[in-house]
Design a protein around this ligand. Structure first.
Ligand SMILES: [Fe+2]
Length: 408
């Protein structure tokens, strides 16, 4: 089931962000003089639900509550929500927590599913006795699972928006629709959503909320780690708020005719750079990914796919000559060149461009633009059984890169 966004709801949403934009222009004294928003004491859903990682028979639903709660998903594939899903670990149902990651597994492929989220505050725990508050029950939302042999897959890719949350609705509403019909099955954030990962509040306000407001209750997003997300006090907590096929930032999955391969390019400088304070091991991490990649490109799923797309924040080629780029080239390059990649999508340079296959890489590379207005891009990726169509739109609507790739 696809949800229609009316032009007026899009306008209202964009208006909201214009106001936020105006507020940030006030001098620091004026901002501090504004009354601070009161944090309501009552339990509520701080953000969500948002979808992650949808496959033909699985979907992960996430949300965050204000207070520690016991949470579950009520689910149905017809009219009744007759099934409950929880998450559990080591025999214990997850409870007394705020960040919920609940996977609906064993659901049917190729159809619509309905769900709502429920959270009951846990007021007190004494031994094994729990005292519960009033349950919070959401509206009913829906999402689609792909068919196993889906003929088509559509995704849109945003990169390097660097703490400008208004970019999410602006690019999606401008280019993600055909009429009022949403024109994507998944949204990819190809790195550098943030300058630094500082806090949960930042993650919610700058990233999760805009996604939930525009699409994420019905359509999943995929986060690809950039070299800026790895910086800051909160960077080590980010994975708790996201869902992946193998719980790693590097992974792969099949959607319709496409095998999507995601690699984590890591930091751009050497591990011993003063900026990282001796707390990073990206060389080792890229070596671990190399071993995984070696197996992945020999897997039946990878080989059987009609098309193979690589998502990686820093391109191993055409991205300067700092250590991150060069090490990615050294460890991933030879494997990628024998993997029959159809196209690579990257970011990082803040300059939109395309690169034809050459003696260094035997597949085309499309690099999205930067965070400033006039430099921002949205890449629309459409795969059918026979053809890939990849178009890069600048924020004013000009198409600044295009590939049509026929099945080999
Ligand atoms: Fe970057």
């Amino acid at each position: 089931m696809k949800e229609n966004i009316t032009p007026s709801s899009r306008r209202a949403f964009l208006g909201k962000f214009t106001k936020i934009g105006a507020l940030t222009l006030l001098p620091p004294t004026a901002v501090s003089a504004l009354p601070t928003e009161e944090v309501p004491e009552k339990n509520h859903v701080v953000v969500g639900p948002y979808l992650q990682n949808i496959s033909p028979d699985e979907a992960t639903i996430m949300w965050i509550t204000h207070k520690n709660s016991f949470s579950w998903v009520e689910y149905g594939d017809r009219n009744n929500l007759n099934k409950k899903f929880f998450s559990y670990q080591n025999g214990l149902i997850q409870a007394n927590n705020r960040v919920n990651k609940i996977t609906l597994n064993g659901i049917k492929s190729g159809q619509a599913h309905r769900y709502r989220i429920v959270s009951t505050e846990i007021l007190e725990v004494k031994g094994s006795q729990y005292k519960f508050g009033e349950p919070l029950v959401s509206e009913i939302y829906s999402f689609n699972t792909p068919a196993v042999e889906d003929e088509e897959f559509k995704m849109v890719v945003i990169n390097d928006h660097h703490e400008r949350p208004q970019t999410i609705p602006q690019l999606l509403y401008r280019f993600g629709y055909t009429g009022n019909e949403r024109d994507f099955d998944m949204v990819v954030f190809n790195g550098d959503v943030f300058d630094n990962s500082d806090s949960e509040e930042q993650l919610i306000e700058q990233f999760l909320k805009p996604c939930v407001d525009v699409f994420a209750k019905q359509v999943p997003f995929l986060f690809v780690q950039g070299n800026h997300e790895v910086r800051g006090a909160f960077s080590r907590h980010l994975p708790e708020y996201l869902g992946f096929t193998n719980n790693q930032y590097y992974h792969s999955f099949t959607r319709g005719p496409v095998r999507v391969l995601v690699l984590d390019s890591g930091e751009d400088k050497t591990d011993d750079n003063w900026e990282y304070g001796g707390l990073v091991a990206f060389d080792q991490y890229r070596e671990t990914q190399r071993k995984w990649l070696e197996k992945e490109i020999e897997s039946p799923e990878f080989k059987a796919a009609a098309f193979r797309v690589l998502l990686i924040h820093i391109s191993p080629w055409h991205s300067g000559d700092w250590h991150g780029t060069l090490h990615c080239r050294e460890v991933f390059g030879p494997l990628l060149n024998k993997a029959n990649i159809d196209i690579q999508l990257s970011g990082h340079t803040h300059r939109f461009t395309t690169h034809e296959p050459d003696q260094d890489h035997n597949f085309p590379i499309m690099i999205g633009g930067g965070p400033q207005e006039g430099q921002r891009t949205l890449i629309k990726f459409l795969a059918t059984g026979q053809k890939l169509q990849v178009d890069m739109y600048k924020d004013d609507g000009e198409i600044v890169g295009t590939y049509t790739i026929n099945r080999k």
